[in-house]
Ligand binder design. Structure first.
Ligand SMILES: *[C@@H]1O[C@H](CO)[C@@H](O)[C@H](O)[C@H]1NC(C)=O
Length: 369
């Protein structure tokens, strides 16, 4: 995009000196033909499905399946973490054995479910309500991630997230990317980056969502990060679940992180998102993010010439699903939607957590090829 049009450069320098009319005519012809090519021929080329994705932030043309999770194999590829919630939630993350025993994690051949305990009251002296936080053993750099999600945790006090994190750290070194996140009764998704200093986002971007802040430095504004609130209704929470969920697709390259969302019944879901090739075992399944995917909900430009350098701020990330309650975000804004005591609500109302669960149909990760 930065390289000047060579035809234009010729015309400009030629204008400085007097020219014989035959040369003027030749230049005029050249100018017209470049106009013809740019306005009439290029759009036609662009309409062809074989033209690479035309985008200033984009390198890789296509990606091949690397890992595919569906049903039982989540138990092999992910670690059930038992740490104290770093965001100070009213949560007790349990290990895989406990999660299976108590049915907080459950799989069939085609489903994987992670839930909060919805049966027992929580002792005020206990660490919190039982829930699950899982992290992938594999980490990914440039990649395409497609999540087919049937249901996400919803309701007062909940703070679920699907996100990625540097394995090296320490946080925020290597970066954090939040793909799906929200709290309490939210119905729009918020995607954000959290980074070391000197990573900012431009205001004008080719995205449908609305920026909520443009500085990604986690030291600022109580670690708000640079967020984009999705435009599509039903991208989060109870409206998302009511329509049978949908598809999240993330394309992470050294040029940008882009995030798309399609509700379950949208007519415009790209075929390679909704119907992956069944040829997964032979490693022949490809995905081609291109113009046919439409405008992303969120775009975070990361090119060298931009305001957030990919190499400086990001390294390979593990993927994380979690579900906490109250804490630094859901707790702080709890009274806007839900009442006056988030922690007491979590302790005393187990049945309020019946819809606090993730139900995943599949998760596929593709890497450049
Ligand atoms: C475990 O959870 C799954 C998914 O919610 C449910 O279908 C199943 O009936 C539960 N099993 C038991 C023993 O409660």
């Amino acid at each position: 995009m930065a390289s000047p049009n060579p035809n234009q450069a010729t015309l400009l320098s030629a204008a400085d000196t007097p020219l014989p009319s035959i040369k003027m005519l030749a230049l005029a012809t050249l100018a017209f033909s470049s106009f013809f090519v740019s306005l009439i021929v290029r759009p036609l080329l662009h309409a062809s499905p074989y033209v690479p994705f035309h985008d200033p932030y984009y390198h890789a043309a296509h990606f091949t399946i690397k890992d595919s999770y569906m049903g039982h194999n989540f138990f092999d590829g992910w670690k059930w973490e038992t740490l104290n919630d770093p965001t100070h939630g009213r949560v007790n993350y349990v290990d895989q054995y406990t999660a299976k025993q108590s049915n907080l994690s459950y799989a069939t051949d085609s489903k994987f479910v992670m839930r909060a305990d919805a049966f027992d009251k929580v002792d005020p002296n206990a660490r919190g309500r039982d829930s699950v936080r899982i992290t992938s053993y594999n980490a990914y750099d440039e990649s395409v991630i497609v999540l087919d999600l049937q249901h996400m945790p919803e309701g007062c006090s909940t703070w679920p997230a699907f996100w990625s994190l540097s394995q090296k750290g320490p946080w925020p070194n290597g970066g954090e990317i939040d793909f799906i996140e929200g709290v309490n009764l939210a119905s729009r998704n918020l995607a954000s980056l959290h980074t070391t200093p000197q990573c900012t986002m431009p205001d004008g971007r080719q995205q449908s969502g609305q920026p909520t802040s443009t500085n990604c430095d986690s030291n600022l504004n109580y670690n708000q990060g640079c967020g984009v609130s999705f435009a599509k209704p039903a991208s989060y929470g109870s409206p998302f679940n009511a329509l049978g969920g949908g598809y999240y697709a993330i394309v992470r390259t050294s040029d940008a992180v882009r995030i798309w969302f399609w509700s379950r019944n949208e007519a415009t879901i790209p075929a390679d998102v909704s119907n992956p090739s069944q040829d997964l075992l032979s490693g022949q399944d490809h995905i081609y993010p291109d113009d046919s995917w439409g405008t992303p909900e969120a775009v975070f430009p990361l090119g060298e010439d931009g305001m957030c350098d990919y190499e400086k701020h990001f390294d390979p990330h593990a993927l994380v699903f979690d579900l906490t309650f109250c804490g630094d975000w859901a707790g702080t804004v709890y009274s806007n939607d839900c009442g006056d005591n988030c922690e007491a609500f979590v302790n005393n109302n187990p049945s309020a957590f019946e819809n606090a669960y993730w139900e995943i149909n599949s998760l596929r990760i593709y890497t450049p090829s």
